[in-house]
Design a protein around this ligand. Sequence first.
Ligand code: MD6
Ligand code: FE
Length: 210
Amino acid sequence: MMLFPDTETVPIAPGAVLFRGAVASQAVELLKRVNEVIAQSPLRRVVTPMGKPMSVDMTNCGEVGWVSDRSGYRYERLDSKTGRPWPAMPEILMEIARECADRAGYAGFTPDACLINRYSVGSKMGLHQDRDEIDFTQPIVSISLGLPITFNFGGDTRSATTRKVKLEHGDAVVFGGKSRLAFHGVGTLRRGEHPLTGNHRFNLTFRRSL
Ligand code: MD6
Ligand code: FE
């Protein structure tokens, strides 16, 4: 695979790194696979445990999918919307996630879940920790496609100051080690037009849930 052409590696924090444009050359293929997943398990607007609708539309692929409803956040084998298992993780997604993790120093990453978030103008994601997984020695790999957004990277507490990094089309972030439980979120998606995604941004987040 032709990942990581001559792209910049931007350290974000200990254990967290951004590979700028690392997957840009694979974007057309990636989006094709993402759209095939969406055709089987449609995007939907989920609510937080407090009952508040999130501002992004979500779906998943992989053995399990990340879900949220009034009962809480968790991973589920079945898509409640279709009653069927989530679509299998396309090989190219798995390979890219593994290669990114590997490059960041986390060899042997085998994600069982890929959360697909679609941002529209005005969508945002508040500061949160990704802590619904069991093994925090496993990193998280995050791929950005389409319109850019500001990534807010904080610390161990919600009130820690945040560092801002712009996430652009084709960027890969790997998040592990000392940063695995860092608070993070993204700013509000601004209006724009991307040749491959129109007025949207997609974020693919790969996790090992078990
Ligand atoms: C986003 N990303 O980029 C939201 N989580 O739209 C995340 O929440 C995230 O980028 C864990 C690790 C990397 C991430
Ligand atoms: Fe997250």
